[in-house]
Design a protein. Sequence first.
Length: 232
Amino acid sequence: MSHILLIDDDTELTSLLSEILQLEGFSVSVAHDGEAGLAAVTDDIDLILLDVMMPKLNGIDMLKKLRKNDDTPVIMLTAKGEEIDKVIGLELGADDYLPKPFGDRELLARIRAILRRSYKENKKANLHHHLDQVQFLDICLTLGNQEVLCQGNKVDLTGTEFILLEYLVKHPGQIVSKQDLSLNVLGKRLAPFDRAIDMHISNLRKKLPERKDGQDRIKTLRGRGYLMVEAF
């Protein structure tokens, strides 16, 4: 059973979401401010639903503190139109965002998509014993424990960033559309003005060291998608 931590100061909403999630077979813990939410993050939490606007410690600041030493998947809950919060959340390592108000089915679909690619969830299912590796140029991905080495050094990625990188290195030299990436990495169709994939690509570029030949690792082809550059 997956354990979800719901952090939101709207008690009516948390009560409703808790009931929905429990009916779907999830275990749920609740916190009503950022400080309490940060304190509630333990090793058995599989996913965090994190509201942006909260007392004591807002969602953005909490995520910033969380990502210093924890890679638990996070879905940010943002008020409609708060584009800056979505962008900042993704830059800080949120896996996805969901604008309020949202439907139950959409929320459940996002949760299940992220849990399917989560190392924590795979570890529970004993899939961590299958340590298959993917080698691409100077990048080595160990799939079982979602570990990345680049030029021999470890690169810390979130679960979403890892799956995105895995998808790109398995399609080297091919133009991959944002729609394909959204479906295969985020588990959702690309919506108009959705910048989640763009921000995850940006984070990958920042975290991966520069290639020795000075070429870009990931090229943007405007209007077409992204391409993982092959030979040195």
